[in-house]
Design a protein around this ligand. Structure first.
Ligand code: ZN
Ligand code: FE
Length: 254
């Protein structure tokens, strides 16, 4: 069964997510950019917060943790990053899994944006929480990891079932698509995604989460391994990771 998912806009362009228990009374939070909007949703829906899952150490993903932590709330994050995260009740690493409302959460290390960046995958609900690794039509900047590391991380996410909902951390989709079109102006899936996203943003609707299948057809960072992409980059003989590195470099300058 699919657990209910609530997307909560925070700060200027961040997203936090709540996953709701089957009885509709409890919720787990993925990332805590700030306290107020999350508290408001919990109150409005009469939800008790039971867990806070942290993807990575950046302030715009953890600053709300202490203000939301109450006795009994389980805070879960990367063992490798415990020294720079709020106090953890459960430390996890790649390959670990834990129970959430009767469903298994698989922990994936998706380092690259930071080292120790985690993604949380709920196979039974078809959700993956990717924060600043795989994003809608983009990926996070490489602040701590190498291009090789990020490519390996994105490849893990790309291998999930295509119907998976990618719950990423920011509303960057409009500018991500503008960049993607500069590389692949003839990608028809990308062209139609641009008009869909523009329509959603006009209504102030989040463009996150997005379907993995759509990312595979439009996100240039997931398309680095395709020979047509390598040809567009003028590097037909490059490895997948080299092609990814070039796309990331061009995006940084875009
Ligand atoms: Zn970040
Ligand atoms: Fe972020």
């Amino acid at each position: 069964m699919t657990l209910d998912l609530i997307t909560i806009p925070c700060l200027s362009d961040n997203y936090a997510f709540l996953v709701v228990s089957p009885d509709g009374k409890r919720a787990a939070l993925i990332d805590a950019p700030e306290v107020a909007p999350i508290k408001k949703v919990l109150q409005d829906r009469n939800l008790t917060l039971t867990d806070i899952l942290i993807t990575h150490h950046h302030a715009d993903h953890i600053d709300g943790v202490e203000g939301l932590r109450t006795p009994g709330v389980r805070v879960i994050g990367a063992k490798a990053d415990a020294h720079r995260l709020p106090a953890l009740d459960l430390m996890v690493e790649d390959g670990d899994h834990f129970d959430l409302f009767g469903q298994t959460v698989d922990v994936l290390d998706v380092s690259g944006h930071t080292k120790g960046h985690l993604a949380f995958y709920l196979a039974a609900s078809g959700y993956v929480f990717t924060a600043d690794s795989l994003m809608a039509a983009g990926c996070g900047r490489l602040f701590e990891g190498s291009a090789d590391l990020m490519w390996a991380s994105l490849s893990k996410l790309a291998a999930l079932p295509p119907e998976t909902l990618v719950c990423s951390g920011h509303e960057y989709t409009t500018s991500n698509i503008r960049f993607a079109l500069s590389l692949e102006p003839g990608n028809s899936a990308l062209i139609s995604r641009q008009s869909q996203v523009a329509a959603m943003r006009r209504e102030n609707m989040p463009t996150v989460p997005s379907r993995l299948a759509e990312e595979l057809s439009t996100n240039p960072f997931l398309r680095a391994n395709l020979s047509e992409m390598k040809t567009l980059l003028g590097m037909a003989d490059a490895t997948d990771a080299e092609s990814f590195a070039e796309i990331r470099k061009r995006k940084d300058r875009f």
